[in-house]
Write a protein that binds this ligand. Structure first.
Ligand code: ME8
Length: 677
C-alpha cells in the first residue's frame, strides 16, 4: 500500500449531527482545528480544513418527525445554526460537507460498489440488542439490566437481515500497523485504549438499515430495501470530498490524503478501528493522525439536554465576543483531558489574561509611543532590539508554535502569556516615564519603546491563529503594513523587523466583566485620550478647571487624601478610626481625565468582584503608565463623588512632598483587598 505523504495539511473535524442545535463541545473541536489550520498556513503550508454536518440516520429522522417536518427540510432548517456559529467563531474552513450533498451520496455509492466487487460485503441475519440513541448493536454479554453499556439507556431487541462488511478480515493487519505506528493515535492513553480494544476479536460491521425501520439514509443501489448505516456514510465524507475536488477522484484524493482527524473521545472507536479498516478495504492508507480530545463538563457533570446544562456557544459568543470564547476554550484545560465549564472561569480569563495582561499592555505602550514621539515615530535603533528582548522572544515564542502543533494549546498560550508578562515587567523595570523626564535619554527611551512595540508585533503574530480579530487590532494600532492574512513566521518572526513605528493609541482590546458577566461600565466608556503633544508638566498651583469644581481638599471624597495642614488635629477614639475602611488596592488601569491636567481616572482592584473607579489628583506627579500594577492604599468606604463627570468610588492615600504627591504603598507584597490596621 502506497504511503502517500502529500505536501498538503488535510485536517478534519467530525461532521456534526444536525438533530439539534450546536453546543460548546462542537465549538471546541472546531476552534482547535481552526487554530491548527491557521498555524500551518502561517508556516506557509497549503492547508485543506474540512468540517460539515452528518445529516442522515435515525436520530435526525426522529427529530424531524417530532417537528412534523420532512428530514431534508428539518436538516435544512438546523444547518444555518452551525454555519452561523462557525462564522461567529471566525472558523476558516476551506470546505463544508453535508452528507446529503450529491457529491457525497455519489461517493458512498462508489464505495459500496467497490467493496461488493471485492467480496467484502455479505448479507447476514442479525438478532440482538440495539441502542437507538447510539445507533449501535450489542450482544447479550454487553447488555446489563436491559441498558446500553455505553450510554446506559434502554436497548431494544431486534432481529433482521442486513448487509455486513467483513471487518474481521483486516484486524491483524490493523494491529500490526498500529504496532509500527504508535504515534498514529494521540494522546497516548487513547492509543492504549484502542490496542486494548483490538485484543478482542472484531465482529463484522453491519452497514445497512432496513428502510422499514430507518427510512432516512443513502440508498444501497444493489439492495433497494435498505439504506446505509449512518456511521458508514459519515466516515466516508473524509474521502468523498477530496474525490469531488480533483480532475478525477484519484487525483483529488492523492493531493490531500492522508488526513489528520480531530475528534472527541466519544467517537474514537469508529475513527481508529472501523475507519482505517474501511480505508484498507479501499486500498487507501490509514489517516495520518487521530487526536481524541477530552470532554467539556458543567460543574463536573456531563452536558445533556435532560440535565438542562448544555452551554450554548452562540449565546456565549454574543455575550462575550469571538476571541474571548476562543481563548477560553483552548486556555482553560489540557486538550486531551476533560475540562469543566464555569462562567466564573471564563470571566477570570477575560479580566485577567485578556484585559489586564494583554489589553493594558497594548494601551500603555501605544499611549507612551504617541505621547513621547508624536512627530518622528519610534525608529529601530542602529543596534536593533535589546539582547533582553531577543532572548525572551527566542526562548518563549517558538514553543508557542511547537506546542500548538502537538495539540498542547493551553501550554502554547501559556508560553505566549509568559512573553506578555515579560513585556509587562519590561515596562515596569525600564520605566519609560522616568526616561521621558530626561531630555538626554531620548535615545534610550526610543529604544525601550521600540523593543516593546516589536514585542507586541510578535505577540500579534503568534496570537493570530488563536485570536485572529485581536491580532488584527494589535497590528492595526501598530500600523504594521503586512495584513493579517499575509502573516508568516518566516517573514515576520524575527525581532527587529520593522524599521519605524508610527502607532495609533489603542482603545481597550477587551471589555472587563463583573461577577455576573456584565460589562463593567468604566470600560470602553470613552476613547483613550489622544496623544498629548505638549510635554511640559502642569505647573503647580496654577488654577485649572477641576480645582474650581473639586470639593475642598480635606473633605474630598476622591482625589488623594492630603494631610491637614497647620496645628495637630484633636485626638480621636479608636472607634472613630475604625470607621475608616482602608484596603490595599492594585491599580489595573490609569488614564487621564479628559480636559483635566490634574486628574487621573484609575481602575483599582481592592479584592471585590469588580475594580473600583477612583479619580485622583496625581497627574502632576505620576504618568498613568507608571501606576499600573502598583499597590496603593484606598479609603474604601467614602461616599462616592463625581469629579469632572467621573464618579469616584474611593480615595488614595498619599504624602505631600516638596515635589508633589507620593502615593502610600505597602512595604511587603500584599494582594488586593488586604485590610489595614
Ligand atoms: O458523533 N465535550 O456527531 P456529534 C467536548 N456525527 N466535545 C464534544 C462534546 C463535549 N461535551 N460534545 C460533543 C457525531 N463534542 C457524528 C460524527 S464523524 C464522521 C461523525 C464534539 O454531533 C466532539 O468532537 O454527536 C465529539 O466527537 C463530537 O462533538 C460529536 O458530535
Amino acid at each position: 500500500m502506497a504511503d502517500l505523504r502529500t505536501p498538503w495539511f488535510y485536517l478534519t473535524t467530525p461532521i456534526y449531527y444536525v438533530n439539534d442545535i450546536p453546543h460548546i463541545g462542537h465549538a471546541y473541536t472546531t476552534v482547535a482545528a481552526d487554530v491548527l489550520a491557521r498555524t500551518r498556513r502561517q508556516e506557509g503550508e497549503p492547508v485543506f480544513f474540512l468540517t460539515g454536518t452528518d445529516e442522515h440516520g435515525q436520530k435526525v429522522w426522529q427529530s424531524a418527525e417530532r417537528h412534523g417536518l420532512s428530514p431534508q427540510l428539518y436538516v435544512d432548517r438546523i444547518l444555518p445554526r452551525f454555519r452561523d456559529l462557525w462564522s461567529r467563531l471566525a472558523i476558516s474552513n476551506d470546505d463544508f460537507v453535508r452528507t446529503t450533498q450529491p457529491r457525497h451520496v455519489k461517493g458512498v455509492s462508489e464505495v459500496l460498489a467497490r467493496l461488493r466487487e471485492k467480496g467484502d460485503l455479505y448479507e447476514g441475519s442479525y438478532e440482538g440488542w440495539y441502542c437507538l440513541p447510539d445507533e449501535r448493536f450489542w450482544t447479550d454479554k454487553d447488555v446489563e439490566n436491559g441498558l446500553c453499556p455505553d450510554c446506559h439507556r434502554p436497548v431494544e431487541r431486534i432481529s433482521e437481515t442486513n448487509i455486513f462488511f467483513r471487518m474481521s478480515r483486516y484486524q491483524d493487519w490493523l494491529v500490526s500497523w498500529y504496532e509500527s505506528h504508535p504515534e498514529a493515535i494521540r494522546p497516548e492513553s487513547r492509543y492504549n485504549e484502542i490496542m486494548g480494544f483490538l485484543k478482542k476479536p472484531l465482529s463484522d460491521l453491519c452497514i445497512s438499515r432496513p428502510k422499514s425501520r430507518v427510512p432516512w439514509g443513502i440508498p444501497i443501489p444493489f439492495a433497494p430495501d435498505y439504506v446505509t448505516y449512518v456511521w458508514f456514510d459519515a466516515l466516508l465524507n473524509y474521502i468523498t470530498v477530496p474525490w469531488s475536488l480533483g480532475a478525477t477522484p484519484e487525483e483529488g484524493l492523492s493531493r490531500l490524503w492522508p488526513a489528520v482527524h480531530l475528534i472527541g473521545k466519544d467517537i474514537l472507536t469508529t475513527h481508529a478501528v472501523y475507519w482505517p479498516i474501511l480505508l484498507a478495504a479501499l486500498e487507501l492508507p490509514p489517516p495520518r493522525l487521530i487526536f481524541a480530545h477530552g470532554w467539556w463538563t458543567v460543574d463536573g457533570e456531563k452536558m445533556s439536554k435532560s440535565r438542562g446544562n448544555v452551554v450554548d456557544p452562540v449565546a456565549l459568543v454574543d455575550r462575550f465576543g469571538t476571541d474571548p470564547v476562543r481563548f477560553f476554550l483552548l486556555r482553560e484545560g489540557q486538550f486531551g483531558q476533560d475540562v469543566d465549564f464555569s462562567q466564573e472561569a471564563l470571566i477570570n480569563r477575560i479580566n485577567r489574561d485578556l484585559a489586564n495582561d494583554l489589553g493594558n499592555l497594548l494601551s500603555r505602550v501605544t499611549a507612551m509611543a504617541c505621547r513621547y514621539f508624536p512627530e518622528t515615530g519610534v525608529a529601530r535603533p542602529a543596534s536593533g532590539c535589546s539582547a533582553e528582548l531577543l532572548e525572551a522572544a527566542v526562548s518563549l515564542l517558538p514553543p508557542v508554535r511547537k506546542r500548538t502543533e502537538s495539540f498542547e494549546f493551553h501550554r502554547a498560550l501559556g508560553s505566549l502569556w509568559e512573553f506578555v508578562a515579560f513585556l509587562n515587567r519590561f515596562v515596569d523595570v525600564r520605566a519609560p516615564w522616568v526616561l521621558a523626564r530626561d531630555p538626554e535619554r531620548r535615545e534610550e527611551l526610543s529604544a525601550v519603546l521600540y523593543d516593546l512595540l516589536e514585542g507586541l508585533r510578535l505577540v500579534a503574530l503568534y496570537l493570530a491563529p488563536f485570536l485572529p480579530e485581536t491580532a488584527g487590532k494589535i497590528l492595526e494600532s501598530l500600523e504594521v503594513p503586512a495584513g493579517l492574512s499575509l502573516l508568516s513566521y518566516a517573514a515576520h518572526g524575527r525581532p527587529g523587523t520593522e524599521a519605524l513605528y508610527r502607532v495609533r493609541p489603542a482603545g481597550p482590546l477587551f471589555q472587563k466583566r463583573d461577577a455576573q458577566g456584565n460589562p463593567l461600565a468604566e470600560e470602553g466608556e470613552k476613547p483613550r485620550k489622544a496623544p498629548r503633544t505638549e510635554t511640559a508638566e502642569p505647573s503647580a498651583g496654577k488654577a485649572s478647571p477641576e480645582t474650581a469644581q473639586s470639593p475642598p481638599a480635606p473633605t474630598s471624597p476622591s482625589s488623594v487624601a492630603e494631610a491637614p495642614e497647620g496645628p495637630a488635629a484633636p485626638p480621636i477614639d479608636y472607634a472613630d478610626f475604625q470607621k475608616v475602611l482602608l484596603r490595599t488596592g492594585v491599580v489595573r488601569e490609569a488614564v487621564p481625565v479628559p480636559k483635566s491636567k490634574k486628574l487621573l481616572k484609575l481602575s483599582v482592584d481592592i479584592g471585590e468582584a469588580a475594580p473600583r473607579t477612583v479619580v485622583a489628583g496625581i497627574a502632576g506627579s505620576y504618568a498613568p503608565e507608571e501606576l499600573v500594577g502598583k499597590t496603593v492604599v484606598v479609603v474604601a468606604n467614602l461616599a462616592p463623588a463625581t469629579l469632572m463627570g467621573v464618579t469616584s468610588q474611593g480615595m488614595l492615600l498619599a504624602a505631600s512632598t516638596e515635589n508633589g504627591v507620593s502615593l502610600l504603598t505597602v512595604d511587603r507584597p500584599a494582594g488586593p483587598g488586604a485590610g489595614i490596621r
